[in-house]
Design a protein around this ligand. Structure first.
Ligand code: ADP
Ligand code: MG
Ligand code: ZN
Length: 681
């Protein structure tokens, strides 16, 4: 039997385990229950997939989202692992065949939704040898978690019903109460807990405060332009906002799609599908988006509005850079979001907890110390506080004596009897003659216009700082008016001095890349040969993806394409050494990629005999399997015979699905062949 490490290499094409993966796998192989807490993108799936390949029986993966199942199954199949998903999207006919394959031991990994599992338990007990239950997104079982699903509570019977199977729970939800609740409800026995570091060093962290709506859009456009042809997610607080941002971007010639709960399920699925398959690059979404998307090449995550907690924030930015390559995260922070989120929190059932969570999120946004340190501390980890990949570390704030500035603002507030909010304070300081101000008589105040030399957006920044420094407070119960605190009074009456940070320039106005060396390199790098080859390989990947009806990253992740463009392997054997290429992919697409590289280099591929390696334990082939092998020409070119058979069958009324099954190719491949033959348009 191959070792876990050998499987990692030969099946998945990776050279080394990520932290804790190997320990977790060994624990499972020793038949112990296991609890795994790992951040999004940490590589949880591998922790049950490798044992599943090694175990004699079947592994059942319980997962809440059907869309997630399809991706995982596609990805496993692309690596030659027999996986299926039992769900209500399949016809009963398909489900029937899946059941047969599970019973005969062909299927090694079966994905199933919790509600479906309940129905299938008697079948599993009588017909299957279940080695392992992997409960993915296990926090859904707990009311304390952020995504409770009642169907999950039924899982609490598994431990007693399957005394011989190993149970493992996997989640990215950090807090302790939820963790303990999961373990209790699943009744894990003599289990071991694995908590991996939540650090994702490849995610850069940046907060931009005090941007107006217009400024945000301009900033986003320049971010998007830096990431041409790359994928990104923009998170918004509300439906309305997602649509507004999409609109504003469209007006500037940038294409993006909205995604929110108000859309129909098919519409939502379409957006998700287009995003996964790189047909659209940008999605403006509410928090609902991204749950269960294993798209590894998301290069930036923007928060147009502030999230309500650090858990949410971390999960959302965690959708960037899952391939381990650099990804950028930018949070836009302003006070209006805080006011809105506070209102939500106050109206919620768990008001105290939610207000506290919001406060911690706010602390992150307002931080003057390394932001990664704040995040890691939140999850109970220590860090030395100099990550070199957050805006504070890269560009530490510079301070100046802001006593006079603060006094001007405080005195404006004071003279209105503390009856104004941010906007009016700025209007008064800048001497804006608008109708409101005149109606309220504020243009008569002594402080009217005393700060006209400072722009409104800088005043906004100063006021935010004053809030953060505790000189003023927002009276949430009194129209969000600003109130002067005791330490504010000390500054106002000259009893103490105030240090303010020099506001960071709004980066869209200057050359965007200035803050980040890497970006400059990227921008100024001439288009060299590798980039051209990369694009050629990307196109080939897309073709193969369409043929198989897979998302592009299932064929190969970006990182693999990058390695290919650097190493330019000319033999299939060398192609197999590239990151993310296991044996199956080597055999199935190796020749095509190598040919593309050879063509590009104007040379010939090096022919080498490929020794195929047996990975799965040998099994007696079922009738279905044998049939399948006979027609297993998925990656061979179509022969003239195939073509005439295809046309004949199509004209005889066989559906695309049936044809796909008969020829053992993807439905997309069938469709494109039929198109090519001018049978369909
Ligand atoms: P999670 O479920 O923890 O969010 P996934 O299991 O989806 O994360 O893994 C994220 C990505 O990391 C996937 O594309 C996966 O193929 C990749 N990955 C997992 N383990 C490794 C490894 N040891 N080396 C390289 N890539 C890995
Ligand atoms: Mg996962
Ligand atoms: Zn830092």
């Amino acid at each position: 039997m191959p070792t876990p490490h050998e499987i990692l290499k030969t099946v998945f094409g990776y050279d080394s385990f990520r932290p804790l993966q190997e320990e977790i796998i060994n624990q499972i192989l020793a038949h112990n229950d296991t609890f795994v807490l790992m951040p999004t993108g940490g590589g949880k799936s591998m922790c049950y997939q490798i044992p599943a390949i090694i175990f004699e029986g079947i592994t059942i993966v319980v997962s809440p989202l059907i869309s997630l199942m399809k991706d995982q199954v596609d990805a496993l199949k692309s690596n030659g692992v027999e996986a299926e998903a039992l769900n209500s999207n399949n016809s009963e006919d398909v489900n029937y065949h899946i059941r047969i394959n599970c019973e005969s031991g062909i299927t090694k990994i079966l994905y199933i939704s919790p509600e479906r599992l309940q129905k299938e338990i008697p079948w599993m007990q009588s017909k299957l040898n279940v080695s392992l239950f992997a409960i993915d997104e296990a926090h859904c079982i707990s009311q304390w978690g952020h995504d409770f699903r009642p169907e999950y509570t039924q899982l609490n019977c598994l431990r007693s019903m399957f005394p011989k199977s190993v149970i493992m729970a996997l989640t990215a939800t950090a807090d302790k109460i939820t963790r303990e609740d999961i373990i209790k409800q699943l009744d894990l026995q003599s289990y071991k807990t694995f908590i991996s570091s939540f650090d994702r060093p490849n995610l850069s962290l940046e907060v931009r405060q005090g941007y107006s709506e217009n400024e945000k859009i301009n900033a986003i456009i320049s971010i998007v332009k830096r990431h041409q042809n790359e994928s990104g997610i923009i998170y918004c607080l509300s439906r309305k906002n997602t649509e507004k941002v999409v609109d504003l971007l469209h007006k500037q010639g940038v294409t993006a799609k909205a995604y929110h709960a108000g859309m129909s399920t098919p519409d939502r699925n379409k957006v998700q599908d287009d995003f996964i398959n790189d047909r659209i690059n940008i999605v403006c979404a509410t928090v609902a988006f991204g749950m269960g998307i294993d798209k590894s090449n998301v290069r930036y995550v923007i928060h147009y509005n502030m999230p309500k907690s650090i858990e949410n924030f971390y999960q959302e930015i965690g959708r960037g850079g899952r391939d381990g390559l650099e990804a950028e995260t930018i949070l836009f922070y302003n006070i209006q979001d805080i006011i809105t989120l506070r209102r939500f929190a106050e109206e919620s059932d768990t008001k105290e907890i939610n207000l506290e969570k919001l406060k911690r999120m706010q602390e992150y946004a307002e931080a003057q110390v390394c932001r990664r340190q704040i995040l890691l501390n939140y999850f109970g980890e220590h860090s030395n506080g100099n990550c070199c990949n957050c805006d504070i570390c890269k560009n530490p704030p510079q301070h100046f004596d802001g006593t006079v500035v603060v006094q001007k603002a405080l005195s404006a507030i004071k003279r209105t009897d503390e009856k104004i909010g941010f906007t009016h304070t700025i209007d008064i300081l800048r001497g804006s003659q608008n109708a409101d101000i005149i109606k309220l008589g504020y243009d008569q105040l002594k402080t009217f216009g005393v700060g006209s030399d400072i722009s409104a957006s800088i005043w906004y920044d100063y006021l935010l700082q004053m809030l953060q420094l505790g000189y003023i407070e927002i009276a949430y119960n009194d129209y969000n008016h600003l109130k002067i605190t005791d330490s504010g009074s000390d500054v106002l009456y000259g009893r103490s001095k105030a240090q303010l940070a020099i506001p960071k320039p709004k980066t869209y106005k200057q050359k965007e890349g200035k803050q980040d060396k890497k970006t400059i390199e990227k921008q100024s790098a001439p288009i060299n040969e590798d980039n051209r080859l990369f694009e050629i390989l990307r196109t080939l990947r897309k073709t193969i993806a369409e043929e198989n009806n897979w998302p592009a990253y299932v064929v190969l992740p970006d990182k693999s394409l990058k390695e290919l463009a650097i190493h330019k392997p000319l033999s299939v054997e060398n192609f197999g050494n590239i990151y993310g290429v296991g044996n199956r992919k080597k055999e199935q697409f190796g020749a095509r990629f190598v040919k593309a590289i050879a063509d590009y280099l104007n040379t010939e591929p090096i022919e080498e005999p490929i020794e195929s390696q047996e990975i799965m334990p040998h099994q007696e082939l079922s009738y279905m399997e044998k049939q399948k092998q006979l027609y297993s020409n998925a990656y061979q070119p179509w022969t003239a015979e195939d073509d005439s058979k295809l046309i004949e069958m199509y004209n005889a009324g066989e559906s695309i699905k049936q044809l796909a099954e008969f020829f053992d190719r993807g439905r997309g491949a069938i469709r494109s062949r039929l198109k090519k033959l001018n049978i369909i348009v």
